[in-house]
Design a protein around this ligand. Sequence first.
Ligand SMILES: NC(=O)C1=CN([C@@H]2O[C@H](COP(=O)(O)OP(=O)(O)OC[C@H]3O[C@@H](n4cnc5c(N)ncnc54)[C@H](O)[C@@H]3O)[C@@H](O)[C@H]2O)C=CC1
Length: 303
Amino acid sequence: MLLILPELEKHIPDMHVLVTTPFHPAYMSEERIKKAKNLKLLLTAGVGSDHIDLKAAAAAGVTVAEITASNVVSVAEDELMRILILLRNFLPGYHQICNGEWDVAAQSYRAYDLEGKTVGTVGCGRIGRELLKRLKAFNCNLLYYDKFSIGEEFEKETGAKWEENLEEMLPKCDVVVINVPLTERTKGMMNEDRLKKMKKGAVIVNNARGGIMDRDAVVKAIENGQLSGYGGDVWYPQPAPKDHPWRSMPYHAMTPHVSGTTLDAQVRYSAGVKDVLDKFFRGESFPEEYYIVKEGKLASQYL
Ligand SMILES: NC(=O)C1=CN([C@@H]2O[C@H](COP(=O)(O)OP(=O)(O)OC[C@H]3O[C@@H](n4cnc5c(N)ncnc54)[C@H](O)[C@@H]3O)[C@@H](O)[C@H]2O)C=CC1
């Protein structure tokens, strides 16, 4: 992907439409947007447009859209998987088998059931709600922190309770899942102070964006036992350098940025990209929820 960059620089001034995947932070920077005098549309093939300077796009009159909801089920399923991998301490057992070993105690001394645990999602939009629906079957206590309520009906359906104050939710949770976009407000949101407020030995799953976490505070919390696990697929920066400390810290369940890229999701977002491009070239508007910047205004989740 990085090889594309020099070519992109060359073509920026002529470009009318640019389709990107959610990529390296600051990919479509203010500087690039200013150079793109003909640019009309920045389209994200997936969900999450933090790699674009949205204010600069709004100021330049560029429309930003994404294929909203195309991979939210894929991400929610992955989050559920990572919660179980961390709580059950699955990976050490897997490595034992690969290494020809057999030691039940070495895995089970840190293994817990999910049932009865308190799980809180930080952000409860499309992915957060898909996760809550799935967690209901596990008989957990469900909490969510968001700017907006999910509504009485959905609260009743899932049993989830709204926490309007993040500081008050964190100490209650055995598992915290990050499901907010990366914005000016959420950047570095999970800092050392907030990690210290969490229940000792809790786990975090973050498939949202790496920049929401304080990288080194996570490593410290894992090393001193404040967190007993950290899992996810998003990093800062991306691709993660070889010496990124999350690669080598203990008790992690990290992968490259894959959770929203199942073959099913790829079918959905590539069809969405085709549909949006067809509409754009016919001069038609897109489904309202696809707009991240429209006529100079940012979508509510990015405010
Ligand atoms: N790892 C992957 O492959 C993928 C990651 N993602 C990430 O997940 C994020 C969430 O996706 P969706 O659930 O579809 O988005 P969404 O827009 O449906 O939900 C985001 C929620 O976060 C809330 N929120 C935003 N800022 C907040 C703040 N400061 N405090 C409290 N709540 C806040 C919004 O009110 C909204 O309910 C995306 O922005 C993207 O970064 C999305 C898809 C794939």
